[in-house]
Every structure is written in structure tokens, then in C-alpha cells.
Ligand binder design. Sequence first.
Ligand code: ATP
Ligand code: MG
Length: 273
Amino acid sequence: MSPFEPSAENAVEIRGLSVTYRGSGKSVRAVKDCSLRIRRGEIIGLVGESGSGKSSALMAIPRLLPAGTLVTGQIICDGTDIANLSEEELNKWRWRRIALVPQGAMNSFTPHLSIERHITEVLTCHMGMSRREGRERAADLALTAGLETSILTRYPHELSGGQKQRAALAAAIACDPDFLLADEPTTALDVITQSEVLETITGLARRRGMGLLLVTHDLPLAAGVCDRLAVMKDGLIVEKGLSRQIVTEPAHDYTKKLIEAIRAMEKPPEVLP
Ligand SMILES: Nc1ncnc2c1ncn2[C@@H]1O[C@H](COP(=O)(O)OP(=O)(O)OP(=O)(O)O)[C@@H](O)[C@H]1O
Ligand SMILES: [Mg+2]
């Protein structure tokens, strides 16, 4: 992407994004000069092996990386550079414009709060709803996320992994965001539940015209549901393009290797009784 290309309305994009963690030890440059655009109504897959920098790139968008992390480059939402917003302004963007299902969402619920409370909290804090309005809306959101409303009174430990991921999704879409960032939303689930939850997320994005950034290490899964893919390795986006094109004509050696490895796994084992 040319740095001189005008920024798109109806899109969130990162331009020349670099992320460096500066902890007690050596600093880690997790994302290196990456650019990516997610238009409304489009599903983008960010794929790559563990540690390639996917979550770092995703968490940089709503500016939710740990304090002290060095972030350079631009993050532009509907023409506004998010980097220039105050924390107060940014809080208005989070949830309402850009919502997040973080990696490991199913393990990050507060144990002593009911599922209903988790969802209503988002609505009272970010949409100014009363608790009563919030509770009514929570029931709609649960249904939209594929949950029965009876789970609302339950506590996180009383839900299955798939139900928890759906509850995290219900909370993320509570403010009807324009963009949804979903980090490995189905990774810890069995294959059937994985595909059902993924269908709910992508179906929702399509119906609502949201822009969806789906982060996963699973290339075939991403290729099956995403319009476009970006492949990350060692902090760099090494390839991006239409999903079909990336799968059928990968240009970068790393993508070629990934696809060869998947094909090899798909081959029937030679030694079978
Ligand atoms: N808070 C942190 N402090 C220091 N280094 C970090 C921190 N978070 C991530 N890293 C490092 O940044 C690099 C990229 O990590 P990141 O979590 O973005 O990868 P990922 O592609 O999301 O991996 P996974 O598929 O396992 O979730 C890794 O080398 C990781 O060790
Ligand atoms: Mg990650």
C-alpha cells in the first residue's frame, strides 16, 4: 500500500505499524512496518505461526497494548488517526466503533459476575443505558450470539467453552460496532463447535456489514471464510491478497511451505490397517 494513498472512509487500517515491547530484558520488535486495511462489510484473515505478531498487531488497533510498548505508524479509522485521540476520545471509539474479542476471551470473565452482568456492564458503561434497559438488550444479544437466554443468569464457570466464546461475542457486539477484531475466537474449541461459532461470527459480520479482522494460525479455516488474507511471519506481513489467490497461487516461500504442510497433513496416511 502506498503511504500516499488517501485513507479510506468506511475502513480501519494500519499503516507502517511497528510494535516493540520494552520489558525488563531485551526489547522485542513484534510487528515490523505492517500495513493492512479492513473495510466495512469485509472479512480479513490475519494468519501466521505462533509468535509471528498477530495479536500484537491486532491489539495495537484499539491501543490496548501494555503501557510502555513502543508503537509507531498510523492507525486510521474512517479517516481519523487513532494515535492522536485522547484516552477519553478513544474510550468512545472502543466498543462502539471498534470492538474486540481478545485471545483467550473465554478465560477472562470475572468469576463472580453473571453472564448477564458482563453484557449489561458494557451497555451501561458505553451506551449510557440503565441496568433495566441493559438486561433487556442482553437477552437479544445472547440470542444473536446463538445462546439461550437461560444462560444469562449463570456464572462463567457454569458455561462450556463454546458458550463462553459466544458470550464474549455477545458483549463485543453489544454497542453495534462498525469493526470487530476477533483474536483466535475458536482455537480452544472442538472442530464442530469451532465451525458453528465461526459461522455465527462471520454470519453476523456479513448481516451487519461490519468489518471483521479474524486472527488465526489456521490458514485453511481462514481461507474458507475470509475475503482476503494477510500472512504474517516474524513480525512482517509477507503476503496479502484474495483468499483463493493466496491458497492457489501463493507468492511467498513461507506461504508456499504453509500450504504444502497442510496438503501433506490432508494426505491419507500410508500405513492403515
Ligand atoms: N507483553 C509482552 N512483552 C514482551 N514480549 C511480548 C509481549 N507480548 C508478546 N510478546 C512477544 O512478541 C512476539 C509476538 O507475539 P504475539 O502474541 O503478537 O504473537 P501471535 O502471532 O499472536 O502468537 P500466538 O499465535 O501464539 O497467539 C513474540 O515474540 C512474543 O513473545
Ligand atoms: Mg496471539
